[in-house]
Ligand binder design. Structure first.
Ligand code: SF4
Length: 341
């Protein structure tokens, strides 16, 4: 089956222009295929600089890969016809971290809901358009009478974000890229917005790529998880297994950083120092996590590790699991497919 959206061996390098020779590899040889059916929720987790925002922008066609390709229904985004691009724009929607930036402060919030209806000719009449808007607002827990007619600054951050979820619902895309959608709303509203996103998936059959630095919300909402570290996949698989029993030392660090309500457990943000950090040289091909890894071994500074399939439902890029069979980056899809079975 041809995937709805596919990243095939994508690498994105920034810099190296006329005025600077410095380059940054934001994403390296990354592959992921999102099928239209069954609707899935895949979390992409990593700290700042992990490449997750670059991945979101690649998926939306906002930047082009330096190497590799992003394909919509098998066609390279760079060569879509205007009709295909229009279909792509409808099928793949985004919900951003800061909804305020999406709004025009001079327009009432109605505008962000009415525009896609007009653009994609979703309604046959004004009455039908109004009914669609009201239905979508109610579906995300907003009262139309308290929402419509207001300016963006008159709504709370959580309400503005839910209006964006309602907008996505109106368009009925096949896939939503949700880029840190709850990082700017307070904790009490997070669950409501995550619930609305889950509803889009379960009731309306929309797949989600949930991009976040926040492991707990990824755990709450997704079935699959991809942990990125400095542009490469550290670990991938079933979210339950990855969070409950992380294999990669970086995932272990992320899980260990989650503050727990148990007063006997202390918060620990950093692991002990790497035993081989002193042997690392600039530009040396090595595991990217070596400098922070408490388990680093001499082999870790000789070549970057491939992904090792530690079990049917996950893979980790770490020499600690070198006895397991290695897989290529484009076989991540097989691991994710297994999580649903
Ligand atoms: Fe640590 Fe080595 Fe595994 Fe990298 S490959 S995460 S340095 S043990």
């Amino acid at each position: 089956m041809i995937p709805l959206l596919e990243v095939r061996g994508a690498t994105k390098v920034f810099g190296g222009g006329l005025f600077t020779r410095r380059t940054t590899v934001a994403l390296e040889d990354f592959s992921l295929a999102i099928q239209a059916e069954p609707p899935s929720i895949t979390a992409v987790v990593g700290e700042s600089g992990s490449g997750k925002t670059t991945l979101a922008r690649l998926l939306l066609g906002l930047v082009t890969p330096t190497d590799g390709a992003v394909l919509y229904k098998g066609e390279d985004l760079r060569t879509l016809s205007s009709g295909e691009r229009r279909a792509f724009r409808r099928d793949v929607q985004v919900i951003f971290q800061d909804p305020y930036e999406v709004y025009n402060p001079f327009y009432r919030v109605d505008h962000v809901l009415e525009t896609p209806i007009a653009k994609f000719r979703l309604a046959g009449s004004k009455q039908e358009a109004e009914a669609m808007v009201e239905r979508a607002l109610r579906a995300v827990g907003l009262r139309p009478e308290e929402t419509l007619g207001r300016f963006p600054h008159q709504l709370s951050g959580g309400q503005r974000q839910r209006v964006m979820v309602a907008r996505a619902l109106l368009i009925r895309p096949r896939l939503i890229i949700a880029d840190e959608p709850v990082s700017m709303v307070d904790a009490s509203l997070r669950a409501t917005i995550l619930g609305s996103l889950r509803q889009l998936n379960q009731e309306f059959g929309i797949s989600l790529i949930y991009i976040t630095h926040d492991l707990p919300t990824a755990y709450q909402i997704s079935r699959d998880i991809i942990v990125l570290y400095r542009g490469s996949v550290a670990e991938v698989g079933d979210v339950e297994r990855v969070v409950q029993d992380p294999k990669h030392p970086y995932t272990q660090l992320l899980v260990g950083s989650i503050p727990l309500p148990d007063p006997d457990r202390t918060w620990h943000g950093e692991a002990p120092p790497s035993p081989v950090a002193g042997t690392l040289r600039d530009g040396q091909p090595a595991c990217k996590f070596t400098a922070r890894c408490p388990h680093a071994m001499p082999m870790c500074v000789e070549a970057p590790p491939p992904l090792f399939r530690t079990d049917r439902h996950r893979a980790a890029s770490c020499y600690l699991y070198r006895d397991a069979p290695s897989i290529k980056p484009d076989q991540i899809g097989e691991v994710l497919a297994a999580t649903g079975s």
